[in-house]
Design a protein around this ligand. Structure first.
Ligand code: GDP
Length: 337
């Protein structure tokens, strides 16, 4: 990346021609935490925003071992065979630069990784889920500007990351495995409520019957929950990522659901809500960053925290003191972007 000397205009132009190396460089730029890189990243994103938004954005989640990588390889190859250009991104707050767990192990995506119509990028390293998710959101916009018309965002099914991904995409797919009994695999109700489509994977061989029963269990459970925007419960399909059975039906279902949502104005509504909530997220995060990135306010944080703990001031007064100190006129010299 050099020493901050990126010509964002040139980079933006290269991205809109579909230049993958430019896209990869731009994603590295948005993942950088250096203030001068951040300023360039925002400039680049503003430049490219008119070119973004054109993809069908699909979130894919499920517990470890359910078959996400295998499924993304199968569905991804189906999508590129249908002449789409596919970007695959991930939100994995546990990943580290050296060994992200999601997409880091690409051995199950050998053909997709090699395909010239696919662009696969592991999760950015980050300390907070919010930070990782917002960089992924920006990477998604860059992929769209580069002409990728389908984007998958993968996340591992462990709590809050599903909510973050559902906030990024048009359609959220929950992948489950055939399970014994009716416990619905301990998947939390909140996560089921995010699903627009449930896929019971591994519906092959000895597991085929169990997959059918699991699908029935999910249909029953989802039928009792809050319906989707059009009043229907999320469809439940069975598939085998391994044998690729059911993959074409899943893609047809996804494209049909996406088209219906777009026609009804639901996609625009969802994206508008998402953009607003991302903006407020950014405001919250930037305010917090300001408080901790500056030595003066950081020590004030410690002091105010001690005062609140000891009952020397109320939490409200403490909060006010910090907000004043962290605000634009708070006497700090650095302003985090
Ligand atoms: P992830 O952890 O969710 O990404 O799951 P993986 O894609 O790594 O798959 C976990 C295991 O499940 C691997 O051994 C896969 O071969 C296996 N697997 C994935 N999909 C299927 C499937 O459709 N049928 C069967 N029988 N096994 C599968």
């Amino acid at each position: 990346m050099g020493n901050g000397g990126v010509d964002t205009g040139d980079l933006a132009a290269a991205i809109t021609t579909g230049d993958r190396r430019a896209l990869a460089r731009a994603i590295t730029l948005i993942e950088s935490t250096r203030p001068e890189h951040r300023a360039q990243a925002l400039e680049l994103l503003d430049d490219l925003l008119p070119h973004a938004g054109g993809a069908t954005r699909v979130g894919i989640s499920g517990s470890p071992g359910v078959g996400k990588s295998t499924f993304i390889e199968a569905l991804g190859l189906h999508v590129v065979d249908a002449d789409h250009r596919l970007g695959v991104l991930a939100v994995d707050p546990s990943s580290r630069r050296s060994g992200g767990s999601i997409l880091g192990d690409k051995t199950r995506m050998v053909d997709l990784v090699r395909h010239e119509a696919a662009f696969i990028r592991p999760s950015p390293a980050g300390t907070t889920l919010g930070g990782v998710a917002r960089r992924t959101r920006e990477a998604m916009l860059l992929c769209e500007a580069a002409g990728f018309d389908v984007v998958f965002v993968e996340t591992v099914g462990v709590g809050q990351s599903e909510t973050a991904v559902a906030d990024l995409v048009d359609l959220f797919v929950l992948l489950v495995a055939p399970g014994g009994g009716d416990d619905l695999q301990g998947i939390k109700r909140g996560i089921m409520e995010l699903a627009d489509l449930v896929v019971v994977n591994k519906a092959d061989g000895d597991l085929a019957d169990a997959a059918g029963r699991t699908a029935g269990d999910y249909r029953n459970a989802l039928g009792l929950m809050r319906p989707r925007w059009d009043g229907t419960p999320p469809p439940v399909l069975t598939a085998s990522a391994l044998t690729r059975r059911g993959i074409d039906e899943i893609w047809t279902t996804i494209t049909t659901m996406a088209a219906e949502a777009a026609d009804a104005g639901e996609q625009d509504r969802r994206r508008a809500d998402q953009a607003t909530s991302w903006m407020w997220d950014e405001v919250r995060q930037s305010l917090l960053d300001r408080l901790t990135s500056d030595g003066h306010t950081a020590s004030l944080v410690t002091e105010v925290e001690a005062d609140v703990k000891a009952g020397r001031c109320t939490p409200s007064t403490g909060a006010r003191r910090l907000l004043v100190a962290g605000g634009p006129d708070g006497g700090t010299t650095t302003v985090a972007p």
